[in-house]
Design a protein around this ligand. Structure first.
Ligand code: GRF
Length: 670
């Protein structure tokens, strides 16, 4: 009997599929030994890929050992004296997808590099087809004998860099770096370990550059704008699809309209099917609600990998009592607590609330913090100053101040100290964290007023060496706990921490990128975000180094009058160009565009550093359409300069009812 074609096979091949099955061609340049060349060839000979990969060798040295390797491997080769290189390449420039330098001992002049530059055609980003591998952590130890240079300098570590080739030697945008500790290694041992790494990562990076990925980003706030921006800078990205971006960042990719029907799970299922048809390789989830509803489980079932916790582990955020159990079982320090639930607790004759409050009075002398058990958009927390006030508020919570989320309410011992947000990548095996960040939760200067989704953020948060050590211990404990509990998901874990006299305590977990912490943390991240996600999805986070720069990053939220309760909407946002003037980034949240001057991907020059140009908004009129309207973000080595520019931008961008905090950058203790 004939086999029924599967549904996936049944669908007519899309343009993307057709494009991907065309053979890929790479030309490897080597002058000498050619061990990298051999590793690359073997990689593509041993595995099957979506398309055939044809490799050829080019050398400027008749006696290169690489030629012997080519003969053995059955790979065609060209001997091209350097002075003939331009004439040789010119007629073939379009033929190759990638030019791979692997021990090619020449500096390529600009006119040759130009042959490898593809300007944004067919909606593609501007591309540089020349890549190189260098045996050091660039910009350290450029030029010849880089391994020896690091060794002789007595460096603690060195490593490998893969980068795009630009005019100056060993410069150009870094694609990936991997470090190696030098320790007690002899020079020969060091060379051996560097070459082993080269032979692993160079083929892998080439594979990722040949077979780029389609990503679906779910969510439409400023956090997702920042994520979309960062992802769109990745050389591994083919197309960025977005499920309901706001009007401020639609131009970064293609929009998939996601219209909720009331049956969320069915909606996610349909979205997953659509994603499969579009050959989407990975889903990245921004907000928490889809995770609570099981979007990760649904996509995984459809064969699409997801960055975002599954339904079970989303409970670390979705249910405070689940989180408390997890912490208690695993000796992770957290505030002492009591749970109150349902009508029984609020009924006339109930003494439950009184008894709970008496407990806190006896033990801690301060009224407890009141928290809705379920998720309430980061707003379901109340900090009473007096016990009477606490009693009144607890009742309101239990009666449904935050709907179902607060019908179960947690009372917590009030802790005092510095609050820190620690965001970590988790792949089921390895936990890697960002530097700590700090957000500004309260509405008003001086950390007073209502709780909001966040009015600003800074990173890295200022912490002492002792606190840094405590944070590392905390991360080890968290990792152990996750492993013990078999938390087999790939996602983000946000630990809301407080550094008390009794050590690091967990205030809460969120299972997604924090908003607005993400906006500042991405400023510090030098490792390609998409590469991190791909490694996570392979459960190989342990194989990469996260690299952070030493800048200081700040984010200021401009919100609308009335936020967080009932923000005014519909005011025109004026003078967005101020952001460009002060070299700040803008991430949009609650905005809509009234004259749709849609910029297509073709119009974007992705080769430029990520910054917002006035031209991005030319002809656009944005109006406010939510509480948090936009973020102004800036990072610099001087925090003072960065903040100064943010405040100037905040002053000049205008809309009716604009509100913002004037103390972003200050550190507070609670
Ligand atoms: C490698 O160390 C590479 O990083 C550098 O040159 C060396 C080439 O080695 N650019 P091989 O010719 O591939 O063995």
């Amino acid at each position: 009997m004939q086999k029924q074609p599967s549904k996936a096979q049944n669908t007519a091949p899309s343009k993307i599929q057709a494009k991907k099955t065309a053979p890929k061609k790479i030309l490897i340049f080597a002058s000498g030994n050619g061990s990298n060349f051999e590793a690359i060839v073997k990689h593509f000979q041993q595995k099957a890929f979506k398309a055939k990969v044809n490799i050829k060798l080019l050398t400027d040295n008749k006696n290169a050992y690489a030629i012997q390797r080519a003969k053995k491997l059955n790979i065609p080769y060209f001997y091209v004296p350097f002075e003939n290189l331009y004439d040789f390449l010119k007629p073939r420039a379009k033929e190759y997808n990638l030019y791979v330098l692997a021990g090619y001992m020449r500096i390529l002049p600009e006119k040759i590099l130009k042959l490898g530059t593809v300007s944004g055609i067919q909606g593609q980003k501007k591309q540089n087809k020349f890549i190189n591998i260098h045996p050091s952590l660039l910009p350290e130890f450029k030029g010849k004998n880089a391994i020896r240079q690091a060794f002789d300098a007595g460096a603690e570590k060195t490593g490998v860099t893969i980068h795009f080739v630009e005019k100056k030697v060993d410069s150009g945008k870094i694609i990936v770096q991997k470090s190696v500790a030098i320790g007690n290694k002899t020079l020969a041992e060091l060379e051996k370990s560097i070459h082993e790494i080269e032979h692993k990562i160079y083929p892998e990076i080439i594979e990722n550059l040949l077979f780029k990925k389609n990503i679906l980003l779910f969510g439409g706030g400023a956090r997702e704008h920042a994520l979309a921006q960062k992802l769109s800078e990745s050389p591994f990205l083919d197309t960025l699809y977005m499920a309901n971006p706001n009007d401020g960042f639609k131009y970064l990719g293609k929009t998939i309209e996601f219209t909720p029907s009331g049956d969320t799970r069915a909606d996610f299922y349909n979205l997953a099917k659509k994603a499969r048809k579009l050959n989407i390789n990975l889903l990245v989830v921004g907000p928490e609600n889809p995770l609570f509803e099981g979007i990760a489980d649904i996509f995984q079932n459809e064969g699409i990998r997801t960055i975002g916790a599954d339904k079970k582990w989303a409970n670390l955020e979705g249910s405070k009592s689940f989180a408390k159990n997890f912490m208690l079982k695993n000796s992770i320090k957290t505030a002492d607590y009591r749970v109150l639930e349902g009508e029984a607790a609020v009924s006339k004759h109930s003494t439950q609330i009184k008894e709970a409050l008496e407990y806190f009075k006896a033990e801690y002398q301060t009224p407890p913090v009141i928290k809705a058990d379920g998720a309430a958009l980061g707003k379901g927390v109340y900090l009473p100053e007096r016990f009477k006030e606490a009693e009144f508020e607890i009742k309101k919570f239990l009666e449904g101040k935050f709907g179902e989320a607060s019908k179960k309410t947690i009372l917590e011992e009030r802790l005092f100290g510095k609050e820190i947000s620690l965001l970590s990548f988790w792949d089921g095996k390895t936990l890697l964290s960002f530097p700590p960040a700090q957000d500004y939760k309260r509405l008003l200067d001086g950390n007073i007023g209502k709780n909001t989704g966040g009015m600003g953020s800074i990173a890295p948060a200022k912490i002492s060496a002792k606190e840094q050590k405590q944070l590392e211990e905390y991360q080890n404990n968290l990792k152990k706990a996750l492993l013990k509990e078999n938390a087999d998901f790939k996602g983000i874990i946000y630990s809301g921490l407080i550094l008390t006299k009794k050590g690091v305590h967990v205030l809460e977990y969120n299972m997604r990128f924090g908003d607005p912490e993400t906006q500042v943390l991405l400023e510090l991240l030098d490792t390609d975000l998409l590469y991190i996600f791909l490694k996570m999805s392979d459960k190989k986070l342990d194989k990469i180094d996260l690299k952070f720069n030493k800048k200081k990053a700040y984010c200021m939220v401009l919100a609308s009058e009335g936020y967080p309760d009932s923000p005014k909407k519909g005011a025109q946002i004026k003078n967005l160009e101020a952001a460009e003037k002060y070299n700040c980034k803008i991430y949009f949240a609650g905005v809509s565009k009234i004259n749709k001057h849609q910029k297509s991907a073709q119009e974007q020059d992705f080769s430029l550093p990520a910054k917002h140009k006035a031209a991005d908004y030319a002809g656009d009129t944005f109006i406010t359409n939510g509480g948090r309207v936009l973020n102004i973000v800036k990072s610099a080595f001087s925090g003072k300069i960065a903040l100064d520019k943010i405040y100037k931008t905040a002053l000049e961008i205008n809309f009716d009812g604009k509100i913002y905090r004037k103390d972003i950058g200050k550190t507070y203790k609670s």
